[in-house]
Design a protein around this ligand. Sequence first.
Ligand code: NAI
Length: 250
Amino acid sequence: MKNKTAVVTGGASGIGLETCKLLAEQNYNVVLSDINEEAGRAALMSVKSDGQNHSYITADVSNYEDVKSLMDKTKDIYGTIDLLVNNAGTGGKEYKKTYDLPNDQWDKIIAINQSGVFYGMKVAIGHMVAQGSGSIVNVSSLAGIKGSQTGIDYSASKFAVVGMSKSAALEYAKSGIRVNCVCPGFTETPLLTDGLASSRKDILEKLKWAIPFKRFAQPKEIAEAIVWLGSDKASYITGQTLIVDGGLSI
Ligand code: NAI
């Protein structure tokens, strides 16, 4: 039986890399994509192959031509795109309230976190409609379902991911395409430890205290939810938002 093919954006680090590793364990051909070529190629070496054929392709998700080329190359190499994980994302450098937020930071976060997901879905869906099947998992955040103080840019982009996932799910259900969304809580990756924590050294302990499980997620725990939701085991689920947050949102 032919292996399925999965594309993972932002696959060089954190949640994206753990997702690539799990997909490989489940016999997918994995296309690991990232904006950082050196890190991406190194990451691919840690994705085990048991006869599958994995690839690395550089793409900046905020650039439509890059995303189109990523999907088209994948289709050329493997024949199908069975699963797309729109994972690439970033946080702002400045944690400022609305009035003080620099416009260029707003533009950058929306371009990567929001337009990047739109571009990925737009191009992949073209191929998936033609093949008559496909599954997309978009990575949002707790910041995509709850308000946050000092983060209107990130929050806007992640609420958009939830909305876009539901809209695309409705539009393409008849074409055999499922679109779902995972909202991670605080997860131990460079985005959390280098980003948020570097601006406020005391913040990690305070955040942990607020989480019912009293710990951050490991990236593999988020990857497990992504891979399951993207697989045929979740075949009757579409347009849903799966919150993986150690109970923080409750
Ligand atoms: P990470 O920083 O470990 O990995 C992000 C990856 O995305 C990096 O390899 C980076 O090079 C890549 N990337 C950044 N900009 C890109 C672009 N324009 N095009 C292509 N690739 C790009 O971060 P992490 O934590 O693994 O984040 C993955 C996703 O999870 C993001 O969408 C993030 O917003 C989301 N998330 C993370 C949480 C956390 O606490 N770590 C919580 C909630 C959501």
